[in-house]
Design a protein. Structure first.
Length: 517
């Protein structure tokens, strides 16, 4: 059932949690811009959904439109493998995914800091006020976080258990969840500045606990380049300009899908018709073979970005689709694990921003630093441990990830801001969201709550909320279709009408997760 449509006359921020929406809205009310709002919302998300994203998170990416300069900008923030990385330390799945060896330097704070300093108008202390209060005074523990903490406890080491849950007691649903130590950490960053995480007392404290428990993270790893102001990637689609972040994010794959689809006329009056979904699946499967074969950190490997994004390659893939048949990639698909967060905003001056960050899988490494309550992500789990793959780890190397924040423009004017979370489902569904906005003029509410289709190069196609006639049509076209309970997580879609200045925001988690002015 669709929620009621919201229309903002001035500004709107869309998030996956109501407390983050409140934080973003309050910043907008104080005169902050879209970047200020998403930074405030994201720091709040790090406090209220710490399993999905956190200030100990390994990374993410941002794309923004600056209305006064008529310019698209992007901030990339990615952790790097510790300089002490050795192959023999990571021969088991557990070492890569869980515990102290899986930890890399937290990059989310570096990304938030760079975005705020470069493109925001407010200070770090100003945008963290809500998060500090929520950490120190607590907020009602909701059923989802209660469930996730209950599962986390089963795998947490004793030090982390004490650091996150003093006394080892999980509050009941509806009771205040207080994070005194994390509140202390937030105040340290507010007082000393976010750079305090990367110099002095805090990195020493973190590395002492990590190394005492078998990890290899060192203070020198905190001095690496973790956040960069980078040129966004761009592709044209049906005369629209679509912008996202460059590698190692997932944006290249989304843009590839759109470039190939641009060679076809899409049938039907609604996005999720059998012919369009058949075409999407065949294009996406071929793009996923590229993704799983070639992509990694371009600082360490020669990645054929220009060729993959070229018109000639799009023509080649489109010609292969037109031959017919059911393509099956030989590339090995990625794990389906997916826990991330996005905040997106359009402000009263027409600035727009989409900001995505992550812990990796729920609760990341499961390690919490004693004394500051900082949950650490598991960046080492994001590498490919096939030694011949471009995403194989090396000292100081960034890990490939799936995050795809998007800005859509038409004739130099803002059309839409898109943010979606969900691990490897992100590149595909982000492309579907663009198709819904551009090709079918679907409402944001429908797009964030409606059908979804996912493939990573082979069958079966995974679908949720898909119309039965579309499933039957796909099967008639030779596809295997698997109905699943989940394809990705919550989406944020905001559309903008340049003529009326109206903003239509939508969040999968409902209108209470949207702040509107």
């Amino acid at each position: 059932m669709l929620q009621s449509e919201m229309i903002a006359k001035r500004a709107a921020v869309s998030t996956p949690h109501p407390l983050a929406a409140i934080a973003g809205k309050q910043v907008l009310e104080k005169g902050g811009n879209a970047i200020d709002a998403v930074v405030a919302a994201t720091i709040t998300l790090c406090t209220v959904i710490p399993g999905s994203t956190g200030l100990g998170g390994y990374g993410g990416t941002m794309v923004a439109y600056l209305a006064d300069k008529k310019k698209i900008v992007s901030v990339d923030f990615d952790s790097r493998a510790p300089k002490a990385f050795r192959d023999d330390l990571y021969h088991t799945e557990d070492a890569r995914k869980l515990g102290y060896l899986s930890i890399t330097t937290p990059a989310v704070v570096a990304g938030l800091d760079l975005a705020l300093r470069t493109y925001g108008t407010m200070s770090w202390a100003e945008v963290t006020q809500d998060a500090i209060k929520l950490a120190e005074e607590g907020f009602p523990l909701d059923p989802v976080l209660h469930f996730n903490i209950t599962n986390w406890v089963k795998q947490a080491d004793p030090v982390s258990l004490h650091a996150f849950l003093p006394g080892g007691i999980i509050p009941n649903i509806g009771e205040p969840f207080v994070q005194k130590d994390f509140g202390r950490f937030l105040r340290m960053l507010a007082d000393k500045g976010p750079s305090a995480l990367y110099n002095g007392e805090l990195p020493r404290m973190i590395c002492k606990q990590v190394q005492a428990n078998g990890g290899i993270l060192a203070e020198e790893d905190f001095h690496a380049s973790l956040a960069q102001d980078v040129a966004p990637m761009h592709a044209t689609y049906r005369g629209y300009d679509v912008y996202t972040s460059p590698l190692p994010s997932g944006g290249l794959s989304t843009l590839q899908i759109l470039k190939v689809l641009d060679r076809f006329e899409l049938p039907g009056e609604r996005l999720y018709n059998p012919q369009t979904m058949h075409l999407f699946a065949e294009v996406a499967k071929r793009v996923w073979e590229d993704r799983l074969t070639y992509l990694g950190d371009p600082e360490f490997s020669k990645i054929p970005v220009d060729r993959l994004m070229s018109d000639a390659h799009a023509d080649e893939l489109a010609a292969d689709v037109k031959k017919g048949g059911n393509f099956r990639s030989k590339a090995i698909p990625l794990p389906k694990e997916q826990h991330t967060a996005n905040a997106s905003c359009i402000d009263a001056k027409g600035n727009a921003c989409s900001f995505t960050s992550t812990q990796g899988v729920m609760f990341g490494s499961h390690v919490v630093i004693d004394g500051i309550g900082l949950l650490m992500a598991h960046g080492m789990s994001r590498f490919n441990y096939n030694k011949n793959h471009p995403n194989y780890p090396a000292p100081g190397k960034r890990m490939m990830h799936n995050m795809v924040p998007l800005i859509v423009m038409k004739d130099g004017k803002l059309k839409s801001v898109i943010g979606f979370i969900g691990g490897p489902t992100i590149p595909n569904f982000s492309a579907q969201l663009v198709m819904g906005v551009v090709d079918y003029n679907e409402s944001p509410n429908y797009l964030v709550t409606g059908p979804r289709l996912h493939t990573e190069g082979a069958e079966p196609l995974e679908v949720i909320n898909m119309p039965e006639d579309t499933i039957a049509g796909l099967e008639k076209l030779g596809h295997q279709v698997k109905r699943v309970e989940k394809v990705g997580g919550p989406a944020n879609v905001l559309t903008f009408d340049p003529a009326t200045k109206e903003i239509r925001p939508a969040s999968t988690h409902g209108n209470e997760c949207i702040g509107v002015l």
